[in-house]
Design a protein around this ligand. Structure first.
Ligand code: GLA
Length: 390
């Protein structure tokens, strides 16, 4: 990869003396979907695919960005001071947001930077290419300027940048999973307190297969914010009859006793998903710790059904992928992952069934949807860092 980065750097910026090389992963969420802004648990892992970068400090106060993934955008140059979101700056609003947020928090860059990015996460796949770029940018600046920013602070500042600078009202899961990733482990995170635990992914004979709908996501952001608003309103209704700080604090019994406080049937379904998805995630972590992969898989399937019927964020592409996967012998569990409305599904599959899964799902999906899905056998990778060290 370093050779590829070097060649791309030479083509855009010339000589490579003093250039340093970095990596930040993408993430896949195993279970715990749409719980991170409801005070619940999530259970993602970092991937070995992600975003690579080459970077070098400048002597003036300019930032120059180039992405091998968006060659048509060319080199985008902006002043380091007074960064604002501008539509014409396209994808660079993600790194710009992080640099602006770091400055807000007292990490003031003494000079500008040239950065070249190269991502191996398919765009729009729901495997967090934007959070990967954000965390990578924080990593580059903190390394080059020797700032001591720990992983959790990086995650928080990148989330703040995505919300404030880029207007996506996301939870903490993506940035946390990426900034705190650990090889061969999943991160069991309580989004209410940020308490977390690394759970080993002991998957002897079992693979994590990611299935991409290849659907262009369009309405995702507005529907995402709408779900958030529905959950917030449902929580406010519950709080009239019960003291609770978030939907993630409720047990099944609590839910029984207060659900009728929610006036609309739609909001009731949304809140029900948030409450029970959180409980499922806690059980899933227990199952994995106990080596009960079959139990884990059942919870994944239940998660998908809840996201399909109660949270209504799947859509026919994800439902087709997952339903086809469920029918393949050797598939332990499958569900959509990420925000939904397209993007990817994740499955746990016995090694000997991986080929059959791909074959069957591809045939069914093509017949019903009209174009091909793609597949990716995932490895749980580590967090961000300098390239030679990752
Ligand atoms: C997106 C958001 C996350 C999380 C998921 C859904 O990936 O960025 O914060 O809410 O959707 O679980």
């Amino acid at each position: 990869m370093k050779e590829q980065l070097e060649a791309a750097w030479k083509a855009q910026f010339g000589d490579t003396s003093g250039v340093r090389y970095f990596f930040a992963p993408g993430r896949v969420n195993l279970i715990g979907e749409h719980t991170d802004y409801n005070g619940g648990h999530v259970f993602p892992c970092a991937l070995t695919i992600g975003t690579f970068a080459a970077a070098r400090q400048r002597e003036d106060e300019l930032l120059r960005f180039y992405s091998v993934n968006f060659p048509e955008a060319g080199v985008i140059t902006v002043p380091l001071r007074g960064l604002v979101n501008r539509k014409e700056d396209g994808w660079t609003n993600y790194p710009k947001g992080v640099i602006a947020e770091m400055e807000k928090r007292g990490y003031r860059a003494p000079a500008g930077m040239d950065i070249l990015y190269l991502g191996t996460i398919p765009n729009g796949s729901g495997l967090s290419s934007s959070a990967s770029i954000e965390v990578l940018t924080a990593e580059i600046f903190s390394e080059i300027f020797s700032w001591e920013i720990d992983g959790i602070e990086k995650a928080l500042l990148c989330q703040a940048a995505e919300r404030g600078f880029n207007g996506v009202n996301c939870g903490i899961m993506d940035q946390f999973a990426i900034a705190m990733g650990k090889k061969n482990h999943a991160v069991f995170l309580d989004t209410n307190t940020l308490a977390y635990e690394y759970v080993p992914l002991d998957l002897a004979g079992v693979r994590i297969v990611i299935m991409n709908t290849n659907k262009k996501r369009g309405l995702g952001d507005s529907a995402y914010n709408e779900r958030r608003a529905e959950c917030e309103q449902a929580l406010a209704e519950i709080q009239k009859v019960r003291k609770t700080g978030s939907l993630g604090e409720l047990t099944a019994e609590d839910w029984e006793s207060c659900r009728d406080a929610i006036a609309s049937p739609v909001r009731k379904k949304r809140a029900k998903h948030a409450v029970f998805e959180n409980l499922r995630t806690i059980r899933a972590a227990e199952a994995l710790r106990a080596g009960d992969l079959a139990g884990f898989g059942r919870l994944m399937n239940e998660s998908h059904i809840s996201l399909r019927d109660d949270y209504e964020v799947t859509g026919k592409e994800l439902d087709t992928l997952v339903a086809a996967a469920w029918e393949v012998p050797g598939v332990i569990g499958a569900r959509m992952t990420g925000a939904g409305f397209g993007g990817c599904a994740v499955s746990l599959v016995k090694e000997e069934a991986v080929e059959a899964l791909m074959q069957t799902v591809k045939e069914r999906y093509e017949a019903q949807i009209g174009y091909a899905p793609s597949f990716y056998v995932a490895e749980a990778g580590g967090g961000p860092g300098v390239l030679a060290e990752c």
